[in-house]
Design a protein around this ligand. Structure first.
Ligand SMILES: NC(=O)C1=CN([C@@H]2O[C@H](COP(=O)(O)OP(=O)(O)OC[C@H]3O[C@@H](n4cnc5c(N)ncnc54)[C@H](OP(=O)(O)O)[C@@H]3O)[C@@H](O)[C@H]2O)C=CC1
Ligand SMILES: Nc1nc(=O)c2c([nH]1)NC[C@@H]1CN(c3ccc(C(=O)N[C@@H](CCC(=O)O)C(=O)O)cc3)C=[N+]21
Length: 291
């Protein structure tokens, strides 16, 4: 039997519709338009896809979006100066620094100076700490979107074995944190695999939920998937001009009970959660918490 295809595009659209309504209500009550500013240094291909799609999504949801494109030669000092200006600009509620940054810039040095209240990616150590302690201010967009996709399958996550491939600060690590929290869509037993993991295939084969975020095209194959598992594909790889994920979709969908496609899966959900966080930031920064 073929797996349920989790339609990230449709799920994202329904979230965005709800967010647009909340943005309109917030605007009526406060006269404030939520405003997201993204900074893109250089031309990372996955970031290019992201900025294009999120600009459109912001516009449709009534959120103002500004993209600051900087050349790859931008210095760390210039970037620090820009972030400080955005921190001080009360018309900006969300600041998103596109990753990866060019090699000559220390990512941590930049992410650490973003005002934590404007940190809609939830990368600042204060926000990461709040997540780890189970009292998040903002939830990290990609893991948050993935949790919503898993919830949409109605599969019980409590007590299930979730195996995450990849230990990045943006996906792997925060995903593990969300899945081990107490509560709905969580309470899982989590294993994180990375490039030093031994017996990776065996570990993945024991998973009820597989989350692939390694950036290796079609790495997860059908022989690594337990029949009935849920498979979430985070990978955005460009192969011969086409987007492919980290999962061999065609064969894995014959074994899994539910699977996310690429494109049309996790990517659109990341954007919906970013909009949600931008509205939350505007509420927090303007003190309009009730609308
Ligand atoms: N759809 C979306 O919304 C998003 C998609 N992405 C995509 O997800 C993918 C992962 O990105 P990101 O989370 O930033 O991770 P990174 O690219 O920063 O890191 C990759 C991780 O995968 C591990 N890894 C790489 N190769 C292997 C392997 N063969 N076996 C086991 N582990 C391996 C690495 O291990 P080690 O630490 O040991 O090096 C590392 O932890 C990319 O394709 C990216 O474009 C990312 C963010 C959002
Ligand atoms: N600070 C930061 N935060 C991020 O969340 C972040 C980042 N940097 N750097 C790059 C990665 C990658 N990422 C994507 C999000 C959505 C799509 C997306 O919309 N994908 C569509 C693509 C459709 C298409 O246009 O072909 C889809 O999968 O259907 C892709 C990639 C976020 N990232």
């Amino acid at each position: 039997m073929s797996a349920e295809i989790i339609d990230g595009k449709a799920l994202s659209a329904s979230f965005r519709e709800q967010i647009a309504q909340e943005v309109a209500e917030f605007n009526t009550a406060s006269q404030v338009v939520p405003h997201l500013t993204a900074i893109l240094v250089g031309d990372d291909p996955a970031s290019a896809v992201y900025v294009r799609n999120k600009e459109r999504a912001c516009e449709k949801a009534g959120i103002q979006s500004t993209l600051i494109r900087l050349p790859v030669e931008t210095t760390q000092a210039e970037l620090i100066d820009l972030v400080q200006r955005l921190n001080a600009d009360s018309s900006v509620h969300g600041i998103l620094v596109q990753l990866p940054l060019p090699k000559h810039i220390n990512e941590t040095a930049i992410l650490d100076i973003v005002n934590p209240l404007k940190d809609v990616d939830a990368f600042h150590p204060e926000n990461v700490g709040l997540i780890v302690q189970g009292r998040p201010r903002y939830l990290p967009c990609t893991p948050y979107g993935i949790q919503q996709m898993i919830l949409s399958t109605k599969m019980e996550t409590g007590g299930k074995h979730a195996v995450i491939l990849g230990r990045s600060e943006i996906v792997g690590k925060p995903m593990a944190m969300l899945l081990i929290q107490r509560g709905v869509g969580a309470d899982a037993t989590v294993t994180i695999c990375h490039s030093r993991t031994q017996n990776l295939k065996e570990i993945v084969r024991s998973a009820d939920i597989i989350i692939a975020a390694i950036g290796q095209p079609e790495f997860v194959t059908a022989d690594m998937v337990k029949p009935g598992a849920i498979v979430i594909d985070v990978g955005i790889n460009r192969v011969d001009g086409k987007l492919v994920g980290d999962v061999a979709f065609e064969s894995v969908k014959e074994v899994a009970s539910a699977i996310t496609p690429v494109p049309g899966g996790v990517g659109p959900m990341t954007i919906a959660m970013l909009l949600k966080n931008t509205l939350a930031a505007a509420r927090i920064l303007t003190g309009n918490l009730s609308n």
